[in-house]
Design a protein around this ligand. Structure first.
Ligand code: CP3
Length: 343
């Protein structure tokens, strides 16, 4: 049904001619056509208008021909739907004016009917599927409950998320209640996305690596496992835990179809920790896209050789940076498509 199904085949662990490629945050500020839309509409207008969200989603596909599209949206639409105000401040990032700091705050958080509150996301999926015309699969996503809690409690981005950790360590009962509410909302949300037409989902645990391995189990992994359990029969699930190499072994036994790795974990170590059984995704250092294109191409070929062409999805180890030249992003994608020739 989908013409280019390399990505879905790699998620199933099938033998492929070459690995598929996409880039985290591929619809973003390094693209001039994205900046044109960004100048005219604020962030949440772009997310909430299906015509804009779908147009932004297909921009990188049209320019570079990646093997998968990822819906333009944000992980923070979930707290918004749960009755927590979220603003996106220009040159600052996410800002939540009323952060959660007590059991009372948690009591005011709702588990919404996502099909109603987040109907605009489902409409954006429908519009995107039309534009993609079954050329490549569409990825839906959500933040992990821990990563969402980080923003809800801290109120903004942080290098340490100290207030989020303090909340978990001093008010664990309230923290777990919040994590469970986020988990229940996320499961319903991802199921609705699958119903609306996404072909796979990715859970972003961007701040999982802030936790010790023991705290990771208690405050993050437990909840991601619930999401995987609830979704795995319906769609392939990718779990990306930034800085979470220490949890790869357990993740590989979770029922997820693929695991994301960042650039601090070598391909060899990631394969060793996961027993060579599961599809891995990653792990090019996003800052390495600032190297000259010829060097990028060599490094990509080497990365594929290290991971192996099967059970592998080429990606960055985190989101693309806004200052990456377009031709460097192109070199990254082209190197994967030329992989066979390079051999
Ligand atoms: O990957 C894609 O192309 C799809 C779009 C996407 C966005 N956010 C659009 C966006 C995805 C998958 C996300 C996920 C997201 N959002 C994560 C997890 C992934 C990661 O990078 O760790 C996180 C932690 C967020 C929260 C968030 N949203 C932050 C921290 C910021 C500001 C940081 C920055 O880069 O300025 C955003 C805003 C945001 N979300 C932008 C985009 C393209 C940039 C701002 C804008 O377009 O106005």
């Amino acid at each position: 049904m989908i013409k280019n199904d390399l990505f879905l085949r790699a998620l199933k662990g099938e033998t492929v001619e070459r690995p598929p490629v996409w880039m985290m945050r591929q619809a973003g500020r390094y693209l001039p056509e994205f900046m044109e839309i960004k100048e005219k509409y604020d962030f949440f207008t772009r997310c909430q208008t299906p015509e804009l969200a779908s147009e932004i989603t297909v921009q990188p596909i049209q320019r570079f021909g990646m093997d998968a599209a990822i819906l333009f949206s944000d992980i923070l639409v979930i707290p918004q739907a749960m009755n927590i105000e979220v603003q996106m401040k220009p040159n600052f990032g996410p800002y939540l004016p009323n952060p959660i700091r007590s059991q009372k705050d948690v009591n005011n958080v709702i588990v919404p009917d996502v099909e109603e509150t987040l109907d605009y996301v489902m409409q954006a999926i429908t519009a995107t599927k039309e534009k993609l015309n079954d050329e490549v699969p569409l990825i839906g996503f959500a933040g992990s409950p821990w990563t969402i809690l980080c923003y809800c409690v801290q109120g903004q981005g942080s290098k340490t998320f100290d207030k989020a950790k303090e909340f978990c360590f001093t008010q664990p009962v309230a923290a777990h209640e919040l994590l469970q509410k986020i988990t229940d909302t996320t499961i319903a949300y991802l199921k609705a996305k699958v119903k609306a037409g996404v072909n796979a989902v990715q859970v972003f645990d961007s701040w999982g690596g802030m936790l010790s391995p023991t705290d990771y189990q208690e405050f993050s992994w437990k909840y991601i496992q619930q999401i995987v359990d609830a979704l795995k029969e319906e769609t392939p699930v990718i779990v990306f835990g930034k800085g979470c190499w220490f949890a790869l072994k357990e993740m590989s036994q979770s029922g997820a179809s693929a695991l994301g790795v960042d650039w601090t974990c070598s391909a060899q170590n990631a394969r060793y920790l996961t027993g060579g059984k599961i599809t891995l995704q990653g792990n090019f250092d996003p800052a390495r896209l600032l190297s000259p294109p010829s060097e990028i191409k060599k490094m990509v070929t080497q990365m594929i050789n290290e991971f192996g062409k099967d059970r592998y999805v080429v990606n960055l180890g985190h989101g693309i940076l806004p200052n990456v030249p377009v031709e460097n992003a192109k070199a990254f994608i082209d190197a994967v498509k030329e992989y066979k020739l390079a051999h």
